[in-house]
Design a protein around this ligand. Sequence first.
Ligand SMILES: O=P(O)(O)OC[C@H]1O[C@H](OP(=O)(O)OP(=O)(O)O)[C@H](O)[C@@H]1O
Ligand SMILES: Nc1ncnc2[nH]cnc12
Ligand SMILES: [Mg+2]
Length: 202
Amino acid sequence: MSSTLPDASKVGLPASDATSAAELASLKVRLRGALRQFPDFPSPGILFEDILPIFADPSLHEALIRSLELHVIANYGQKPDVIVGLEARGFLMGPSLALRLGASFVPVRKQGKLPGPCETQGYEKEYGQDFFQMQSDSIKPGQKVLVIDDIIATGGSAKAGGELIQKMGGELLGFIFLLELEFLHGRDKLPAPVYTLLSGQA
Ligand SMILES: O=P(O)(O)OC[C@H]1O[C@H](OP(=O)(O)OP(=O)(O)O)[C@H](O)[C@@H]1O
Ligand SMILES: Nc1ncnc2[nH]cnc12
Ligand SMILES: [Mg+2]
């Protein structure tokens, strides 16, 4: 079902792995510097990581999408058929990454937003509970899927997204995040390899 990734020379990719690693390291430093922290939001005891400054600056936005693209090209060896983004902040990154990779984009939405037959999964996250849905025909059996979101905290949201994909017969290639809150061990809940560009809370 999957094809190979685009030829590096045709999509402006670096000439060598060494170049990619150096480029990725410098992009990560720029992205880390842009994050802002807000204590006690949205509830007491939560240190909220604000990723929005990245999207306010076109060069940081480009650095983010480029970093994710480099990761996928270097690590999966085959093109994902589908990038699945989790509502809402996963929608900031998923469609651009899908376009770069020549993959489909499919949303996971919060309950009640999607028309037609849907699959539903409840979940708990760092500061609440919710339900996720996907349209029942949005993933074809055997499609290779990468899940993307901004942050993995407890891993509850991403786990629920993965469960919806598996219910439809999709094959999970992995999960990709901008930031991991490592102390919550969310990655231990996930059934496929997890990649995060940045980790820890400053
Ligand atoms: O690993 P977890 O504990 O599940 O938490 C991570 C999730 O929490 C946030 O989403 P949230 O639904 O709070 O807000 P959003 O709609 O702005 O993405 C964040 O964007 C992740 O999706
Ligand atoms: N600490 C946090 N900051 C921003 N988004 C989050 N989602 C879950 N935990 C979060
Ligand atoms: Mg979210």
